[in-house]
Design a binder for this molecule. Structure first.
Ligand code: DAH
Length: 315
């Protein structure tokens, strides 16, 4: 029973005390009556006080149609800000949007088919072990790269080939790898995947597309370099490097590895229901955390997932 309920019960019971007056001797009646009355006044006052307190503590209903309530708190440091990776992921998506790409978000739990089979990893191939994938006891896979979204991007936008003559999609997403964590390795990080398909897609367009993205992101022209790579889902496959941007202390002599890319393997197109005899595609994918670390001079990738307020308050 709450204090308020207790007091109300006592007030109710006080009625019986009045009835007792008649049973008392004449000389005792006055004093007893006064005593009961005093208690009654006391109880009424305390009940009133408690009821007022309770009603003022009640939250007034929110009018969601009001743009700003008069007493609304302004957004301050104390209300928080967007995480630097969220801000940069939005920025990355916006650049690609302006280049004409659709943007879809990656999943955070996936399966063997999207992680490997749809990407032309042969069953039992050692390349399946190269991604340090986590697995749930039910056999699901938290994606180790955003390439898991290639099949979904291709099938979801397949009708664009007829309608617009091309598929153009980028997929930012969170990825997970079971590896040792240090200043440059996190088990949880972000990538952005790109997929483009048309009848005339070329490797030159791939390089120009990704170069253009980096130049827009860093706000300056950049040299690029590629090296042969290997990914089962592209043929040929390349590793993509950019020159360290001058605004970040580069002098045209340092190269930064930004990710992998290549012409989409015919088997990947075929699995997604696209005829590789008619259409060609290119794909690319790279880390976002490194991009952001470079931009802001952040020297430890672990800060991103640490929840450290001193770090987050700088953004
Ligand atoms: N998914 C690869 C990785 O995380 C990077 C990559 C390589 C993405 C080639 C692509 C690609 O789209 O075509 O290592």
């Amino acid at each position: 029973m709450s204090k308020l309920e207790e007091l109300k019960l006592e007030l109710k019971n006080l009625g019986q005390e009045y009835a007792k007056i008649k049973t008392l001797r004449e000389s005792e009646r006055k004093a007893f009556g006064e005593q009961v009355n005093r208690r009654k006044q006391e109880l009424l006052a305390r009940i009133k006080a408690l009821e007022e307190e309770a009603s003022s503590a009640k939250v007034s209903p929110i009018d969601i149609t009001a743009p700003f309530a008069e007493n609304a708190k302004p957004f301050t440091e104390a209300t928080g800000t967007k995480h630097p990776l969220t801000v940069e992921l939005d920025h990355v998506a916006e650049i690609y949007r302006q280049m004409g790409f659709n943007v879809i978000e990656a999943r955070q739990l996936d399966d063997e088919f999207h992680m490997f089979d749809s990407l032309n990893f042969p069953a039992g191939h050692p390349a399946r072990d190269g991604y340090d994938t986590f697995r749930t006891t039910e056999g699901f896979i938290p994606p180790a790269h955003t390439s898991t979204m290639q099949y979904r991007a291709l099938t979801r936008f397949r009708d664009h080939l007829e309608k617009y003559g091309q598929i153009a999609v980028v997929v930012p997403g969170r990825v997970f790898r079971n590896e040792d964590v240090d200043a440059t390795h996190e088990h949880t990080f972000y990538q952005c995947e790109g997929v483009f398909v048309s009848k005339t897609a070329t490797l030159g367009q791939l390089l120009a597309t990704w170069k253009n993205f980096f130049e827009t992101y860093y706000g300056q022209t950049l040299n690029i370099k590629t090296q042969p790579g290997f990914f089962p889902f592209t043929e040929p496959s390349l590793e993509f490097q950019i020159e360290k941007p001058a605004s970040l202390g580069g002098k045209g002599d340092g190269w930064l590895e930004m990710g992998g890319c290549g012409m989409i393997h015919p088997n990947v197109l075929k699995t997604a229901g696209i005829d590789p005899e008619v259409y060609k595609g290119f794909a690319w994918g790279g880390g976002i955390d490194r991009l952001v670390m470079l931009k802001y001079g952040i020297n430890d990738v672990r800060y991103f997932e640490s929840g450290k307020l001193e770090f987050l308050k700088e953004f």
